[in-house]
Design a protein around this ligand. Structure first.
Ligand code: XMP
Length: 421
C-alpha cells in the first residue's frame, strides 16, 4: 500500500497465529505488514520499516523457532523486538512502539482517504466492474471505488435465490438509494434453481452454483461493455495465509464467483487487501454502511444452498428463510449474537410426525447452529441458554407452518463442520 506511515515489518517464523502481532500493532495505531522470516532483504527494505518484530511465539506461550531468517534482522539498522519470550504481549509491543518513537497514524480515516486516492490514480478514466455479494468486503470495496470514480463503477449483484430473508432488497436499497451506486440486480432465482433441479450432492450443488454464477456474471460484464478493471474484495488474512511458509494454503477459500476467465480485464482493484476483517468492519461503519452489513457474519458463497439439505426447491428455501430469520433476529434481540461467530438455521431432510391444533402433522425438522471460532478451521458450539432455545423453538413452530420440530446442534468442529453440507 502506498503511504507514508511509519511501518513495522513483522517477520514470521511460523507462529501458529501468524496474524496475532499484526492485529495488536494495527490496533495500537501503527501500520505493519507480515513477511515470512525467509523474506529477502529487498522485500523488507521496500517497506522502509522503522522497526522490526520477530514473531515466534506460539499461542501456548512456547517459542516456535521455525526457519532462520534470510538476513540477520540487526543489519536493517532499526529497533528489533523479539517476541520469543513475550508471546503476543500487547503491553510489550506498545512499549516497543513508544521507545522506537513511531507515529501512531494508522487510522480508519487515513486509510479511507489513501485508498480513494490510490483507486483514482490506478483507474484513471477507465470503467470498473464489481461483483456485489452483500458481504462486508465487497460492500466496502463498492463504496470506496464509487467515492473514487463514481459512475465509472458498475456493481453486479447476482441474486442466486439462495440469499437470506430480505437480503436482496436490502442490498438494492443500500447501494442504489443510500449511496447512488449503479447496481445491476440480476434476479437469477429461476435459472439457478433450474440448474439445481434434482441435485442432492453438496459438492455438485456448489459446483453448479459456482459455474452458473460465473456464467451470469460474464453475461452482465458483456452487457456493461466489458469494463477494464475488476474489483476484488481480497483481505489481508488471505494474503498472509497464502504468502507465508512458501505459499502453503492454511485454509482453502471456496467462494462462489471465481474470476471469469473468458473476459480480459486490464487489471484488478483490491482496495482492502491490506486490511484485517475487523478493520474492514470499522471502515464500513465509517463509510456509513448500515450495521447489518458492516457486522454481517460470514455467509457462504452458495448461500442457503448448503443449508437446505437435499434437493433445493423454492418452497423449502422459503421455509428455511423464515425459520432462519426468526432465529437470527432472536439472537440479536437478546444480545446473544456477540457470543457466536456464525449462527443460522438448517432445513434438515428429516420429516416427522407431530401434532398442531389437535391434528396430526408430518413436518420438517429445523436445526439451529451457533458456533464460536477464531479461524473457522475449528469451532465450538455455543452454549445458548435453554430458555432462549425453548422460546425460539416455539416461535418457529408457531410461525412456520411446515416445521413441527426444532433441534439444536451441539457438535463442535471437528468432528462436524460448521455448515451441514
Ligand atoms: P465448514 O462447513 O467447512 O465451514 O466448517 C468453514 C467456513 O467456510 C464457510 N463455507 C463456505 N464459504 N463457500 C464459501 O464461500 C462454500 O462453499 C463454503 N462452505 C463453507 C462456512 O460458512 C464457514 O464460515
Amino acid at each position: 500500500m502506498k503511504h507514508d506511515h511509519d511501518t513495522i515489518v513483522i517477520l514470521d517464523f511460523g507462529a501458529i497465529n501468524s496474524q496475532g502481532a499484526a492485529k495488536i500493532v494495527r490496533n495500537l495505531g501503527v501500520y505493519c505488514e507480515v513477511l515470512p522470516s525467509s523474506a529477502q532483504a529487498e522485500k523488507v527494505k521496500a517497506l522502509s520499516p522503522k522497526a522490526i518484530i520477530l514473531q515466534r511465539g506460539a499461542e501456548c506461550g512456547e517459542a516456535t523457532l521455525g526457519k532462520e531468517p534470510a538476513v540477520d534482522p540487526a543489519t536493517y539498522g532499526v529497533p528489533v523486538l523479539d517476541l520469543v519470550d513475550k508471546g503476543f504481549d500487547g503491553g510489550a509491543i506498545d512499549a516497543f512502539i513508544a521507545s522506537a518513537g513511531m507515529k501512531r497514524d494508522w487510522t480508519t480515516e487515513a486509510f479511507i482517504e489513501e485508498a480513494i486516492a490510490d483507486i483514482k490514480e490506478k483507474v484513471g478514466d477507465k470503467r470498473v466492474l464489481l461483483a456485489m455479494s452483500g458481504g462486508v468486503d465487497s460492500s466496502v470495496c463498492a463504496v470506496l471505488v464509487h467515492r473514487a470514480v463514481g459512475k465509472q463503477l458498475t456493481c453486479v449483484f447476482v441474486d442466486h435465490g439462495l440469499m437470506r430473508k430480505g437480503e436482496p432488497a436490502e442490498v438494492c436499497r443500500v447501494f442504489r438509494d443510500q449511496f447512488g451506486i449503479d447496481l445491476v440486480h440480476v434476479d437469477g432465482e429461476a435459472r439457478f434453481l433450474g440448474a439445481l433441479k434434482g441435485v442432492t450432492d453438496p459438492e455438485r450443488k456448489r459446483k453448479i452454483i459456482g459455474e452458473t454464477f460465473i456464467r451470469v456474471f460474464e453475461e452482465e460484464a458483456r452487457k456493461a461493455g466489458e469494463p477494464d478493471y475488476l474489483v476484488q474484495g481480497t483481505i489481508y488474512p488471505d494474503i498472509i495465509e497464502s504468502g507465508l511458509d512458501g505459499g502453503k494454503q492454511v485454509k482453502s477459500h471456496h467462494n462462489v464467483g471465481g474470476l471469469p476467465d473468458t473476459i480480459d480485464f486490464k487489471g484488478l482493484v483490491e482496495p482492502v487487501k491490506y486490511l484485517f476483517k475487523d478493520e474492514v468492519r470499522r471502515v464500513a461503519l465509517a463509510l456509513g454502511l448500515p450495521k447489518s452489513i458492516a457486522m454481517r457474519q460470514p455467509f457462504p458463497g452458495p448461500g442457503l444452498g448448503v443449508r437446505c439439505i437435499g434437493e433445493l426447491t423454492k418452497e423449502k428455501l422459503d421455509i428455511l428463510r423464515d425459520a432462519d430469520h426468526i432465529f437470527r433476529k432472536a439472537m440479536a434481540d437478546d444480545g446473544l449474537d456477540a457470543q457466536a461467530s456464525q449462527y443460522f438455521a438448517i432445513l434438515t431432510a428429516n420429516r416427522s410426525v407431530g401434532v398442531k391444533a389437535d391434528a396430526r402433522t408430518y413436518g420438517y425438522t429445523v436445526a439451529l447452529r451457533a458456533v464460536k471460532t477464531s479461524d473457522f478451521m475449528t469451532a465450538k458450539f455455543v452454549h445458548l441458554p435453554m430458555e432462549f432455545l425453548e422460546k425460539v423453538s416455539a416461535e418457529i413452530t408457531a410461525n412456520v407452518s411446515q416445521v413441527n420440530r426444532v433441534v439444536y446442534d451441539i457438535t463442535s468442529k471437528p468432528p462436524a463442520t460448521i455448515e451441514w453440507e
